[in-house]
Design a protein around this ligand. Structure first.
Ligand code: SAH
Length: 257
């Protein structure tokens, strides 16, 4: 049974990392029924707009201010139209949905979110890796370097590097040299493996692998300046231990050794 969508609300939909088949069924159904779609054109795959019905009005938010985005949403809702806001990856990471939600609330309009596959998950699938490797790393730090958006000092890359855990660094490939310097200063050995994944799950995906010492040169030579994730940590290296969960000699709730 599928629930009916409520046109008095705005639906925020995670578009996934790029491959148009990586949107959820709910997101796909929303796009198919939407009358108004406001999409983040700088990052989402335009092929997703093929899921929209004929006559849907689609707007690229790259050219719009927050006020203009809210106006489009509000006039759509007022006219009884189904409004979808389509953003890259998942909405909960660097999605700026809070400010949109608060501006809508001032107008008495609510919203619902439909999750998406974040690019850090798309990048892991491109590499066929696991961020959590038994006895090597059991945590993942998701962060970025400060750009026009400042990052609190206690969350600096240097501070996180002290943990030497797995890291997925968003919005920072332009600053790759600064990133690697800070990670080394913070405690990662210079030979720590690192990967840069450009346009994960897109047909023109590109993967660079190296160490903290040599990745910056590779990124510069490849000319990668945006739409890329920096993944760093020993999880990309050769040290590996089999999981206890599937170990024949290890009993747990569902299986006795
Ligand atoms: N909400 C998004 C992130 C938005 S911030 C998510 O969940 O993925 C935009 C940043 O995400 C980009 O600068 C880049 O670092 C990363 N990004 C988005 N799509 C990507 C992709 N397909 N491959 C690699 N990085 C991507």
């Amino acid at each position: 049974m599928t629930a009916h969508f409520d046109p008095s609300l705005v639906y925020f939909v995670g578009a996934g990392p790029g491959d148009p088949e990586l949107i959820t069924l709910k997101g796909h159904r929303l796009l198919g029924q939407a009358d108004v779609v406001i999409y983040a054109g700088s990052l989402i795959n335009p092929a997703l707009l093929d899921y929209c019905k004929a006559g849907a009005s689609c707007h690229d938010s790259a050219e719009l201010s927050l006020g203009q985005i809210i106006d489009l949403m509000a006039s759509g809702v007022a006219a009884g139209k189904l409004v979808v806001r389509l953003q890259t990856g998942d909405l909960s990471l660097y999605g700026s949905i809070r400010e949109q939600g608060e501006e809508l609330a001032k107008l008495g309009i609510g919203f619902r979110s439909v999750p998406g596959v974040s690019s850090f998950l798309g990048a892991a699938s491109e590499l066929g890796i696991e961020y959590t490797v038994p006895e090597v790393s059991q945590s993942l730090v998701i962060t970025r370097v400060a750009g026009r958006t400042p990052v609190p000092e206690r969350e600096s890359l240097r501070a996180f590097a002290a943990h030497q855990t797995s890291m997925a660094i968003f919005l920072s490939v332009k600053e790759i040299r600064e990133v690697t310097e800070q990670l080394i200063q913070g405690g990662y050995p210079a030979n720590t493996p690192i990967a840069v994944v450009y346009k994960a799950t897109w047909p023109d995906c590109q993967i660079l692998r190296g160490t903290l010492a040599d990745i910056a040169v590779q990124v510069r030579e490849a000319g990668i300046r945006k739409t890329a994730l920096i993944l760093v940590g020993a999880f990309l290296g050769d040290e590996y231990h089999y999981s206890k969960l599937y170990d024949a000699g290890f009993s747990h709730e569902y299986r006795h050794a």
